[in-house]
Write a protein that binds this ligand. Sequence first.
Ligand code: BDR
Ligand code: CA
Length: 314
Amino acid sequence: MPVPIIIDCDPGHDDALALMLAAADPAVDLLAITTVAGNQTLDKTTLNARRVCTLAGITDVPVAAGCDRPLVQPLAVAADVHGASGLDGPRFPPPTVDVVPEHAVDLIHRILREHPEPVTLVPTAPLTNIALLLTRYPDSASRIREIVLMGGSTERGNRTPAAEFNIHTDPEAAAIVLDSGVPVTMCGLNVTHQALATPEVLARFEALGTELGRTCAELLAYFGSAYHRLWGMPHPPLHDPVAVARVIDPTLVECVDATVSIELHGSHTRGATVVDLHHYLGRPVNARVAVSLDTERFWDRMVGAVEALGSRRA
Ligand code: BDR
Ligand code: CA
C-alpha cells in the first residue's frame, strides 16, 4: 500500500523536483501540497507550486497556501539561491491548477482527521505551517505517522556557517516540531550534499526528450550556477527530494537515532541543529537523523518519476 503523504513546501528549484517525485512514485500517495513563505514570499511559492503542478500534470492534488511569515522573526527569502521568482531559469506555461480556498494548516488538519490511516508529513521548507498545526490543533499529533523533513545538518550550515536555511528561517517553529513528541526524521545538508546534480544527471533529464525533462535540466542548471557562484560548488545538491526518497524507500536514506536541539539564542549560531549523534549528553532521542544516501538508486527513482509524469502528458 502506498504511504499517504502531504508535502509542505516553498518552491524552490529542489522543492519542484520533490513534488514531481512524490506525485509520480507509486510508493507514496500524495494527498495535498501546502505552501509556506521561505525561499520566496508566500504568493511566489504558491504560484510556483501551481506552475510546477500545471507543467507536470499534477491536477488531482489540492494545493493550499499557508503562513506568510515565520512565527517570530521577519521573513528573509533566498533570492540569491532561487532568483527573484523563487523558480528562476526555465519558462513555465501559465498555471491552470488553482489553490483551494482553505488555509494550509486547516487543510492538513482536516486530511489528518478524515484519512483512514495516519499520514506522513514531508516538510521541505521552514516549519512554520507544521508548528502552527501542532499548536493550534494538538489532536493532530496522534494522526501523524511521522514527519520526514529536509532541514538542518549534522555539520555546518548554508544560510550561516552554523545554520541551514529551512531551520534558520524559522527556528522557533523547528523547536516546536522537534519537541512535539511526533516521530521526526531529519534529512539535513550532510546527506543532501550526497545528491549532487552532475552533468550526467542533467543529461539523463534531457535525454527523456520531454518538456518536463528539459525543464528539470534547466532548473538544475540555474541551481548549479547559484551554487557555483555562492559556494564554489561544482554541482548543486538536490536537497528536498531526499526527504521524499526516505519515505518512498527507507533503504535509500540510512538514518541513526540521535538527539537534535535547535539553537535559539546564539548570536552567531541561531537556527543551528545541534545533533548529539553519539548520545554523549544522555538526553532522550527525539529524531532519526539521515547519514547517508544511496545516490545511484536515488537518481534512478528521481529520473524515473519525471519520465513517468512526462509520458503521462505525452
Ligand atoms: C533548503 O533551503 C531551500 O533553499 C531549499 O529549497 C531546501 O529546502 C536547503 O537548505
Ligand atoms: Ca525547500
